[in-house]
Write a protein of this length. Structure first.
Length: 136
């Protein structure tokens, strides 16, 4: 089974720059001006243009906004150098919400992309998450 991640955005070129230049991913296929595939993560990311104020579902009472919003789903991106990655993403419009913090398994930072979606950066050390299971 393949997992594809779909992310609504209100500015396609800014989104492409954020996910490629900011995270080091690459453009796959451009299906239309409102649908761009991003490759290089564990799963393809489909950037989907949807204008602010449009309804996500027919008959929905809520409308799309691209202010910071909370959802129980977010994306974690594993990076080699978290400090450099945070700076690079901020230069592409990310907001640092939770500064870099040390954990037994490595380092983590919480950000919001320019479209209000939550993302975390992870920099593993040692055995990564296995450090939680069997500490030395």
């Amino acid at each position: 089974m393949e997992l594809r991640i779909c992310i609504d955005v209100d500015d396609m070129e800014r989104a492409v720059a954020f996910y490629t230049q900011g995270l080091g991913l690459r453009v796959g296929r451009r299906f239309k001006s409102d649908f761009v595939e991003i490759l290089g993560a564990g799963s393809p990311i489909d950037l989907l243009f949807n204008a602010p104020g449009t309804r996500p579902l027919a008959g929905s009472v809520s409308v799309r906004t691209y202010q910071r919003h909370w959802t129980p789903v977010h994306l974690d991106f594993v990076v080699d150098d978290i400090d450099t990655a945070v700076e690079r993403l901020q230069s592409h419009g990310a907001v640092l919400e939770t500064p870099v913090a040390e954990r037994v398994w490595g380092r983590i930072a919480g950000l919001a992309d320019p479209f209000g979606h939550g993302i975390d950066l992870l920099e593993f050390k040692g055995r990564g998450y296995d450090e939680i299971l069997q500490p030395h």
